[in-house]
Write a protein that binds this ligand. Structure first.
Ligand code: IPD
Ligand code: CA
Length: 290
């Protein structure tokens, strides 16, 4: 049975709490980069997939605040609660540092991502990028905002006039690298896009689509915590986000599907799907049989 929708009052309070929780972790990220603190780095799925003591500290700060204020909500979070299965119940979906690689390298493209899903659908999102001094927020049905100002996607539909973002996968198998290079080659050479960009935070790049500085970003290999918050922000800014392998008009985003295509409109997001399919991106990155 599906969960009843949360009231506007509860959603407004949840947004305030999520913003406050994100700000606590964002301040810590900022301080760590400013002070060039010593990092204890552990390896996860590959040598490029890292976690530091500060990912864990940020998570502790965020989860403590969220669960004190909303003790009944479930929590899925990258570092200590990554196995939690998303049900229809209200669920916080947290990435304490999205863009750990960039964080480790003192770069600007990292931040905190806090989403709230009900009936497995993201309904609220906060993405706080401390180095950019940017806080993106959205509640379903109420628009998307950057530092309190309403934002909207670009109107680009022609790939030759677009900026497209793809990411470097953690999986460096020959198939994975070949898929990515094939996609980037096609974007540059055949579609002649204005530029291909690569940054280090899925949440930031989805928000960049939301505010019109990117036109398309698609990726396979990401997790629910990388995309839940930003998915609401993109949709509320007038963009679309859906499963990377579904070009239909359903616009479904299964948060557990390990991929998404997100664009300023369906023409752009379908281009992500087309390229992903053509280059076997999903099977290559997730090591699935072809
Ligand atoms: C990663 C970042 C990266 C994306 C990866 C994510 P993490 O999250 O969002 O940009 O390419 O797929 O896993 O590991 O820094 O939290
Ligand atoms: Ca992370």
């Amino acid at each position: 049975m599906s969960h009843p929708a949360l009231s506007p009052t509860v959603l407004a309070r949840a947004l305030d709490i999520a913003k406050a929780a994100a700000a606590m972790a964002a301040n810590l990220i900022d301080e760590c980069i400013d002070r060039r603190v010593a990092l204890e780095i552990e390896q996860k799925s590959s040598s490029a997939d890292m976690v530091t003591q500060y990912d864990k500290q940020c998570e502790e700060l965020v989860l403590k605040h969220l669960s004190t204020e909303f003790p009944d909500f479930a929590v899925l979070s990258e570092e200590t609660k990554s196995d939690v299965v998303i049900t229809d119940a209200p669920t916080w979906i947290v990435d304490p540092i999205d863009g750990t690689t960039s964080f480790v390298h003192n770069s600007f493209d990292c931040g905190v991502s806090i989403g709230l899903a009900v009936n497995k659908r993201p309904v609220l999102g906060v993405v706080h990028l401390p180095r950019m001094k940017e806080v993106f927020t959205a509640i379903e049905g109420q628009g998307a905002f950057l530092n309190g100002r309403k934002i909207s996607v670009s109107s680009i539909t022609d790939p030759a006039k677009a900026i497209v973002c793809t990411h470097v996968p953690y999986n460096r198998s020959s198939a994975s690298v070949a898929a990515l290079l094939g996609i980037n080659r096609e974007l540059m050479q055949d579609l002649k896009v204005h530029a291909v960009r690569t940054y280090g935070s899925a949440a930031m790049d989805m928000c960049s689509v939301a505010c019109g500085r990117l036109d398309l970003y698609f990726e396979v290999g990401i997790h629910a915590w990388d995309m839940a918050a930003a998915a609401v922000i993109v949709r509320e800014a007038g963009g679309v986000v859906h499963n990377v392998d579904d070009p239909s008009d359903k616009m479904n985003l299964d948060l557990s599907s390990r991929g998404m295509s997100c664009g300023s409109n369906h023409e752009m997001s379908k281009l992500g799907t087309m390229l992903a399919t053509k280059h076997n991106y999903r099977a290559a990155v997730l090591d699935l049989p072809v």
